[in-house]
Design a protein around this ligand. Structure first.
Ligand SMILES: CC(=O)CC(=O)C(=O)O
Length: 231
């Protein structure tokens, strides 16, 4: 095989306590999966089928040091989320078999250019420019499934400069992990290396260069990043 360009570097995230890397294939994100967050975004929470959007694989970056403030926004928001990593592919997976396809989980941020996302939403346009920019998914090291305490309960929280901004429980997910990954797998085959960002709780808000974001899921993982100068 002769590539006409060097193939892109494989996006990857660290595995906790090892030198191993988990190769990232795609990043699926679930929208408005906590009722209180749906309300703060001006929408009524319901059990309509979940909706998804995506980020490129190389949006996933280690939650270490600083991430640059992205261009073309004046309203960069944090969103803390449980992130689930797929180890075994499949399609039409029933909820009770989803765990067989999960490699592990961690905490991550779905960084959002909220001004661009809301403008796109109001014009009926795709959200990509608001959600799928460089470095928009800083992630803590991945925890293998056998060491994950629970995917259905556990406190999820986020602080900015030490002040608590998001505080909820995985039990509050409108569509729990087993259900939304089952639904996702009906639309397209999921594959090893896929990540699923499972939605954010209420309390999202803006950050500026110099702010320090800490986030965690109790018993699973914690992370801290600083917002750097504009890229
Ligand atoms: C309205 C959003 O920002 C959707 C999203 O990313 C989430 O609910 O999580």
């Amino acid at each position: 095989m002769n590539y006409v360009l060097p193939p892109p570097e494989q996006a990857a995230i660290a595995v906790r306590g090892t030198d191993d890397l988990f190769p990232v294939r795609r990043i699926f994100c679930v929208g408005r999966n906590y009722a209180a967050h749906a309300r703060e975004m001006g929408r009524d929470p319901d059990r309509e089928p979940p909706f998804f959007f995506t980020k490129p694989a190389d949006a996933a970056v280690p939650a270490v040091g600083a991430i640059p403030y992205p261009p073309e926004t004046e309203n960069l928001h944090y969103e803390a989320e449980l992130v689930v990593a797929i180890g075994t592919g499949g399609r039409d997976i029933p909820p009770e078999r989803v765990a067989d396809h999960i490699w592990g989980a961690t905490i991550g941020l779905d960084m959002t250019r909220r001004d661009l996302q809301l403008a796109a939403r109001d014009l009926g346009r795709p959200w990509d420019w608001g959600k799928a920019f460089d470095n928009s998914a800083p992630l803590a090291p991945l925890v293998p499934l056998a060491e994950v305490p629970s995917l259905t309960e556990g406190r999820i929280w986020l602080k900015v400069n030490g002040e608590l901004r998001q505080d909820a429980d995985l039990a509050d997910l409108i569509w729990p992990v087993a259900e939304h990954i089952s639904i996702l797998s009906r639309s397209m085959a999921i594959a090893p290396g896929d990540l699923v960002m499972t939605g954010t709780p209420a309390g999202v808000g803006a950050v500026v260069p110099g702010d320090v974001i800490a986030a965690g899921i109790d018993g699973l993982a914690e992370m801290e990043v600083t917002i750097g100068p504009q890229a």
